[in-house]
Write a protein that binds this ligand. Structure first.
Ligand SMILES: [Zn+2]
Length: 643
């Protein structure tokens, strides 16, 4: 495009503009705030040229008398130079400040992987990535932590594409994943990595899950870990371990993150950690769920195919990756070997699996230095994206199954079947510790050694339950406690319209309260069975249908023997505490009366043959109290029913 300026000089847009301006200059400086109207007109004219504005400016100019136009034309060049120089200074300052503000290199990288940045760095990077790549990156605030910090998530790509979820710092001291994923994102967005590992995928990244814990920053927060120099703390400001909180969702952070996770509905989710434990050569343990070790569905097969391809890709990148969690069967005894396991849904990868999505726990090895560990996480996330690009086509289809009335395996343990594997360890010896007085292991990481150890890969069910044909009924008295948790998990419920006269009722025959508190809960273990029983339901019973998404997860919540059920976490302990009593002198009289019934008398005499019973006066009184109409029929009765 060619534009004519009034001194006859033609300016081609391809010409060096600053050089042309300089050539046209006649007078050095003319102030823009001149009171002369003509000069103001000149400014309009110049602006019109500079920004190639519509022709009305030119028309206005052409109406001016010729001498005036000549005079102002001479000034034009000077104006242009003044304006251009000013503009170039402004642009330089802008460019410099923009560059300074969008430096996407982490403090970790700048420090040579000796340090890690604080929460303010993550907040800045989240916004700066968005500023630098507005068409690809969004920085999203999820809400406030208990200490008032803003929890951030980054979305890289379109949420309509298959989503890969990466979370770091659930245990804030194990922070490798944060610095690794920021580094990887920088390399992907600057096109350093080709082909683009995010093509056709969307990455949702939580840089620091346990944000308050991350800011409890100190040198010795991870005594079994090599670097960074200072790091965050394992649990939240409320002392919750977020990686035990996926089912009960006590922590506000977990409620925010789980709600966000469900909304973006990832096909694959990665939880980046650093493991404690023994010293050995492999850099990382990758625990994928599900796998064919405990199932044969397309979902299980997809998990195993992902795991195999991932371990191969990691190997090609020089990373020794284990497809299992590297902790010995018996602590501090390498000879006992390793196993596969299926964790309960209180843990991230198992929660995701029970939401019918592939999940992976990533555990870099704490005895490698920070630089090595960050690179391991970088390679893990990159390789996972590459495998997801190849394999994720059908991953969104998982979860279409029903369990109504059928037997379902909820928990698993490994069998005795095993293979012997060559495990890359180090030489070690056992010495008697003068500190503890018992044997302790001493490793020598300078001497590699192959350990021939058993690997238990086969899993079999350790808890099988019968799913309800229709669903569960919850007493309305429990609604305020249970329903908000169901909301976080996206489980649908309604007011019960039909109440079965004889639902399945669970009565505990044995209860065992854990004497130790766990995550602020007084957990409970029960024995007993479901049996049909007549129940007088109160008005407003709540119905949870089993015919909805992720029915296996619903079984985990409501089956009383499941280790992560509401009952096991202690939500219903009140129903397993005796609330009313019969005085012994009353029970004595009641007993004497009841023994007049020959049937009861015979039963009592039979019981008395059991020495433990005969020696226990309380149990002898209770034998009669339980048969008396004053006995509390709700004691040890679970306030959830199924039909
Ligand atoms: Zn951890």
């Amino acid at each position: 495009m060619v534009s004519k300026v009034s001194n006859g000089h033609s300016l081609d847009s391809s010409e060096d503009y600053f050089l042309s301006t300089y050539r046209m200059a006649r007078k050095p400086f003319i102030k823009f705030n001149s009171p002369l109207k003509s000069e103001n007109l000149l400014i309009v004219r110049y602006t019109a040229h500079f920004f190639k504005l519509p022709k009305w400016c030119d028309k206005s100019w052409n109406k001016r008398p010729y001498p005036a136009r000549m005079a102002y034309s001479n000034q034009l060049g000077a104006h242009k130079m003044y304006f251009s120089v000013s503009l170039s200074v402004v642009m330089a300052v802008f460019t410099f400040s923009a560059f300074a503000a969008t430096d996407l290199t982490t403090i970790a990288e700048k420090s040579g992987w000796k340090q890690t940045g604080r929460a303010d760095e993550t907040e800045r990077l989240c916004h700066d990535f968005q500023k630098s790549y507005p068409s690809r990156v969004k920085c999203k605030a999820l809400g406030k932590t208990p200490e008032g910090r803003t929890l951030y998530s980054m979305i890289v790509g379109k949420l309509t594409d298959p989503v890969v979820w990466v979370q770091a710092g659930i245990h804030a001291g194990e922070i490798d994943g944060k610095d690794a994923t920021f580094w990887l994102l920088k390399d992907i967005l600057t096109k350093k990595i080709q082909p683009d590992p995010l093509a056709g995928l969307c990455l949702v990244f939580i840089p620091i899950m346990n944000l308050d814990g991350h800011e409890r920053f100190a040198k010795y927060n991870r005594p079994n870990q090599v670097g960074p120099e200072e790091m965050g703390w394992r649990v939240t400001s409320q002392n919750y371990n977020l990686n035990r909180d996926y089912v009960k969702v006590d922590a506000p952070e977990m409620r925010m993150i789980t709600t966000w996770w469900r909304k973006v509905n990832p096909v694959l989710s990665l939880d980046l950690h650093v493991t404690d434990g023994a010293q050995f050569q492999p850099q990382v343990g990758l625990v994928v769920l599900p796998t064919t070790a405990f199932g044969n569905s397309n979902f299980h097969k997809a998990g195993s195919a992902f795991e195999t391809a991932l371990v191969e890709k990691m190997k090609a990148r020089g990373q020794m990756a284990l497809p299992f969690y590297p902790s010995f069967e018996e602590e501090d005894d390498p000879k006992t070997g390793f196993s596969r396991y299926v964790s309960n849904p209180r843990f991230s990868q198992s929660y995701w699996y029970h939401q019918d999505r592939l999940g992976m726990l990533v555990e870099s090895h704490s005895w490698k230095d920070y630089a090595n560990r960050v690179k391991t996480h970088y390679d893990t996330v990159l390789s996972s994206l590459e495998v997801a690009q190849e394999q994720s086509k059908d991953w969104r289809m998982f979860g279409k199954y029903s369990v109504n009335g059928s037997k379902v395996a909820l928990e698993f343990k490994h069998t005795d079947k095993h293979t012997m594997i060559d495990f890359p360890g180090y030489e070690y010896k056992k010495i008697k510790s003068p500190i503890s007085g018992v044997e302790v292991i001493e490793y020598d990481p300078s001497k590699k050694q192959v350990w021939k150890v058993p690997f238990y890969e086969e899993l079999s069910p350790s808890l099988v339950v019968t799913a309800p044909k229709t669903g569960y009924l919850i007493q309305p008295s429990e609604a305020a406690i249970i329903l908000p948790i169901l909301d976080v998990h996206g489980i649908k419920y309604s007011k019960a319209k039909i109440l079965p006269p004889n639902p399945q009722v669970f009565r505990a025959t044995k209860t065992e309260f854990n004497p130790k508190s766990l995550e602020g809960h007084h957990t409970l273990k029960v024995e007993g069975e479901w049996n049909e029983e007549k129940v007088d339901f109160p008005a407003g019973m709540i119905f949870v249908s089993i015919s909805q998404r992720s029915p296996k997860f619903i079984l985990h919540l409501f089956e009383p023997k499941a280790q992560d059920s509401f009952l096991s976490w202690g939500f219903f302990n009140r129903y397993f505490e005796q609330k009313e009593y019969m005085e012994n002198y009353v029970a004595h009289q009641v007993g004497l009366e009841m023994l007049k019934d020959p049937k009861i008398k015979k039963e009592f005499e039979e019981k008395m043959k059991d020495k433990a019973f005969a020696d226990n006066s309380e149990e002898r009184y209770n034998f009669f109290y339980r048969k008396h109409p004053s006995w509390d029929v709700k004691f040890n009765r679970y306030p959830v029913y199924k039909f």
